[in-house]
Design a protein around this ligand. Structure first.
Ligand code: SAH
Length: 497
């Protein structure tokens, strides 16, 4: 075999990234857009010693799990890796991904993982579940203004104003912005020349209050014709949308970078935040809610918290699943009302405030200053004075706070529970090390990356903790990503005779 050769492959497995896996002549091939159970004709694109990559040319026999992707540009866009896979098969793939990571990277025995893992929580919505979208603005191949996604390895944009994972209102907002740009001759940003003004549009929607936040990221300091933009947007939403414009802001990002947002933002209409409300349910009710429409969920909530979210703050993208995940994390924390808890990587305080409703005291740590401002406001908004928030990296704040307070009798230095919810790269070892020294009875680890989760659990279990429960949760249908909540307990050390 050599590059560009064609071959027929039976796809027998899939990688964690969603590539089909097939074997021929002792070689393993990875084939994008194919799924387990397919027989495909493919063309070799890259060959290594024992494996290679191939592109799908034609499906000869379809897998029973194969479905027609609901989005017409699914293959070109690449944002969804699993649209051609039936939802049940998506869930099995994710469960296996979590299991494999814990066994291979974490070094846990398979039987232990099998017995501790709860069934994955399916997403109530499999499309239109995202409350946040970020669209690049640029030009199409014909030079016309476009909002959508970059065509693979190029600087031109394929129009996709209505991503089917996102809110229907995105389309209304984007076409209003494009028509405003058109009529005022405002140029989109061009990655190559680093010229042009409008880079990205961030849109967030509050599920509870049907409010939209729009933030325009610009390669400049000022937005011309602001008043017309506001009017165009308000008119468009008034005419078509079911949501109100709650916040319109600009964020200046003049760096030649693929980071989307600038470091700060300024509000040009409405408030510098939008509000959302998260409601938690009894475990039994939350299971029932699977069959129920999203809106019916609010009845019977056992806990609710209202949140202010700024354009720079992290906020979970799938609100219905977020409720189920937090409910699980909270039940793993087993709070009775008097406990002292740390919530590391706390964002705007989402988990912290639910914890605070059931604990004596909660400390939160988060690196983004605007998110901590939101967290403090949110604590006030919900009357939760038993909280304290720190800006900084968890791996800096926790060790230095601990050094200063250990041995002083401060309960923060000997917490009952530590909750962590780090980004994909997981926890820094300095953070894990301090957590272990603080000896909480329980650690609840919320993770969006099974590989770094497995690595960190290995460390914690080598340092006095025991894995108790693992709950995968599908926050991101159609993609290969999988979220988990994990419960750990401190081993009771046998006293030396
Ligand atoms: N628990 C929150 C946020 C989780 S996302 C929620 O569920 O909404 C992870 C958060 O960690 C983000 O807000 C990110 O800004 C923050 N973060 C990233 N690196 C960090 C670090 N080293 N120390 C503290 N926070 C960090």
């Amino acid at each position: 075999m050599k590059k560009n050769d064609e071959l027929v492959l039976e796809i027998t497995d899939m990688t964690d990234e969603g590539l089909g896996v097939g074997k021929a002549d002792g070689f393993t091939y990875f084939v994008k857009d194919s799924i387990a159970g397919d027989t495909v004709l493919c063309g070799v694109t890259k060959l290594k010693k024992s494996y290679g990559y191939a592109r799908l040319i034609r499906i000869i026999k379809s897998s029973p799990d194969r479905i027609e992707p609901p989005c017409p540009v699914a293959r070109q866009c690449g944002g969804c890796q699993l649209q051609q896979l039936d939802y049940g098969a998506q869930l099995r793939l994710k469960e296996n991904k979590v299991k494999n990571a814990l066994i291979r990277i974490g070094g846990f025995p398979e039987e232990q993982i099998e017995s501790l893992m709860e069934p994955i929580m399916p997403s109530v919505k499999q499309l239109r579940y995202r409350n946040k979208a970020q669209f690049p603005i640029g030009r199409g191949k014909d030079g016309g203004l476009r909002a959508g996604f970059y065509a693979g390895r190029t600087h031109s944009i394929i129009a996709q104003e209505d991503c089917i994972l996102g809110a229907e209102e995105n389309r209304i907002v984007l076409s209003a912005i494009l028509s405003w740009m058109e009529s005022h001759d405002i140029a989109p940003y061009d990655e190559l020349s680093h010229k042009g003004l409008i880079r990205h549009v961030l849109i967030r929607k509050s599920r509870a209050f049907s409010e939209l936040m729009v933030c325009i990221v610009i390669n400049g300091r000022e937005l011309p014709n602001k008043e017309e933009l506001i009017k165009t947007l308000l008119d468009a939403l008034d005419k078509e949308g079911s949501s109100m414009l709650g916040s319109l802001s600009i964020s200046s990002n003049m760096k030649a970078t693929n980071v989307i947002m600038g470091d700060s933002f300024s509000t040009i209409y409405g408030t510098p935040y939008i509000e959302d409300e998260i409601r938690l349910f009894d475990e039994q009710d939350s299971d029932k809610s699977l069959d129920i429409k999203a809106e019916a969920l609010s009845e019977g909530a056992v806990q609710s918290v209202r949140f202010r979210i700024s354009p720079l703050s992290f906020y979970q993208v799938n609100p219905l699943q977020m409720e189920r995940l937090y409910q699980k994390a909270l039940s793993y924390a087993e709070l009775r009302g008097t406990e002292t808890v740390w919530d590391l990587y706390c964002g705007i305080g989402t988990i912290s405030l639910f914890l605070a409703q059931k604990a004596g005291k909660v400390y939160g740590v988060e690196v983004v200053p605007e998110a901590i401002e939101n967290a403090k406001e949110n604590a006030k908004l919900n009357g939760l004075g038993n909280t304290e928030f720190f800006v900084g990296r968890a791996e800096d704040v926790l060790p230095s706070w601990y050094e200063e307070h250990k041995g002083t009798g401060s309960r923060g230095a000997t917490p009952d529970v530590i909750v962590v919810d780090p980004p994909r790269k997981g926890c820094d070892e300095a953070c894990l090390e301090t957590m272990v020294r603080m000896q909480p009875k329980r650690i609840v680890y919320v993770s969006c990356d099974p590989a770094t989760l497995a690595r960190d659990l290995k460390y914690l279990c080598q340092n006095g903790y025991e894995l108790k429960r693992i709950a995968p949760c599908d926050m991101f249908p159609q993609t290969v990503h999988c979220e988990c909540a994990v419960k750990l307990e401190r081993k009771i050390l046998k006293s030396k005779k």
